[in-house]
Design a protein around this ligand. Structure first.
Ligand SMILES: Nc1ncnc2c1ncn2[C@@H]1O[C@H](COP(=O)(O)OP(=O)(O)OP(=O)(O)O)[C@@H](O)[C@H]1O
Ligand SMILES: [Mg+2]
Length: 411
């Protein structure tokens, strides 16, 4: 196995922190070498609100992943989300430099630099600038312009920005654990790497990662990212609604949501009941399972409506041909696919992480879409770094790991 590509990824979610270590095997398949999952404390709605608690959660997850992989993690791809994220599309234009008019990497880099010149407030920072498509002398829809002839190169780029303070808080938490942040990757972009097929992205698809604190949305058209957005509402709000509606503690609401929850009330026996611990009274009280389902349905409907608003905001009012792919822990809810089909009137499927080997059984859950996607993103950008894809690559974990081992070995 080539060791040059060993990569680590940390998904700092609102409910769990998941660290993965992976590498390509001889056949070019990504192998998961180590997993570390710990409950997340210190985050609200995808953002760090308590540094010490977040650092503890990350440290626990990183230690577990190090133990299970036998690798020391010195740097990692890290996911970012939260309501502070916003995105826009911008165009960059340059004249082709070379006298033979063959477009080179440097022309593409200059075009991207030109697309980057946007006015953003000083309290915001660019997280991603991703090329969507190129136009050469008016001919649009070019995916890779390098090597083609032209006088003028235009690039359509997707730009994601975030609040400097939120970015710094997250970076600081990871650094305090002794891990360097290689790239900050927007969570819906990461999740898309692991759950969407190339065909779906080509045809036009919406990805919604409904986690604990945020619903991360990505719209993909003609193989490229078109729109990204993060809504500060997800599974945590469902449990909150259940806790209030059934007058039960939050922890009980979480448990009954996962055990008996269903997003499609008409699929539930109208007579079926469950015993639920309530506030104030001794013991438990029977409630109709259908009532639980109605509470869930109302909140999921609201989230789906907000997703539709985002699709509209992206400029695509009509339905995207490949429909909606739901992922994130809340996509485990039975009936969510049926409800989403009814609300959006489009094809819907639940997306599990794909494209990996190794310790895959443990990750066969939509909740791990972001973590697996971060790893795939890291490995892909590492192997593409020579052609400047996304221009975001920094260093390799393995080289640093070897440096660290050498320091420890007796001379
Ligand atoms: N079987 C299930 N039924 C309903 N909800 C579930 C189920 N399994 C997990 N969840 C919910 O999924 C949520 C956690 O999802 P996930 O692990 O994707 O979130 P996260 O990545 O930690 O948070 P975020 O991405 O929002 O910051 C929790 O609200 C949890 O209650
Ligand atoms: Mg998540």
């Amino acid at each position: 196995m080539s060791k040059d590509n060993i990569t680590a990824a940390i998904d700092v979610g609102t409910t769990k922190v998941c660290t993965l270590v992976g590498d390509y095997d001889r056949d070019g398949v990504v192998q998961i070498l180590g997993i570390g999952i710990s409950p997340s404390r210190g985050l609200r709605k995808g953002m760090v609100v308590n540094i010490d608690e977040t650092v503890e959660s990350i440290a626990e997850s990183v230690e577990k992943a190090e133990r299970s992989s036998g690798c020391k993690i010195v740097s990692a791809q890290v996911g970012i989300a939260g309501g502070h994220i916003s995105s826009l599309n911008n165009r960059g234009v340059v004249a082709v430099n070379r006298s033979d008019r063959i477009i080179g990497d440097d022309d593409v880099a200059r075009a991207m630099e030109s697309a980057r010149t946007i006015n953003i407030p000083s309290n915001r920072e660019i997280i991603h600038i991703i090329p969507r498509s190129y136009t050469i002398d008016g001919q649009d829809g070019v995916k890779n312009p390098v090597g083609m002839y032209g006088f003028r190169l235009d690039v359509e780029a997707h730009i994601v920005t975030g609040a400097v303070t939120s970015i710094q808080n997250l970076t600081k938490c990871v650094q305090k654990v002794g891990v360097e942040v290689e790239d900050l990757v927007l969570q819906p972009i990461a999740s898309a790497e692991s759950v969407l097929t190339e065909e779906e992205k080509e045809m036009g698809v919406v990805l919604a990662d409904i986690g604990g604190g945020t619903t991360d949305i990505g719209v993909f058209i003609e193989g490229a990212i078109w729109h990204t957005s993060v809504l500060p509402i997800a599974g945590h709000h469902l449990s909150n609604d259940i806790a209030i509606g059934l007058r039960t503690p939050f922890a009980v609401a979480e448990e009954i949501k996962a055990r008996y929850g269903h997003a499609f009330p008409s699929a539930i026996d109208p007579e079926a009941k469950i015993d639920v611990a309530t506030f104030g009274a001794e013991g438990t009280r029977p409630i109709l399972t259908r009532h639980l389902s109605e509470i869930i349905e109302a909140r999921i409907e609201e989230i789906l409506e907000l997703i539709l608003v985002e699709i509209k905001r992206s400029g695509y009012e009509g339905l995207l041909p490949a429909g909606l792919v739901l992922t994130g822990g809340t996509a485990n809810l039975p009936g969510i696919e049926a409800l989403a089909k009814e609300v959006t009137q489009s094809p819907v499927r639940v997306g599990f992480p794909i494209g990996i080997g190794g310790l895959v059984q443990d990750l066969d859950n939509p909740a791990y879409a972001t973590s697996v996607g971060l790893l795939l993103w890291g490995l892909k950008n590492r192997s593409h770094s020579s052609n400047g894809d996304y221009g975001q690559h920094l260093g390799t974990v393995y080289r640093r790991l070897m440096g660290w081992i050498k320091e420890l070995l007796p001379q």
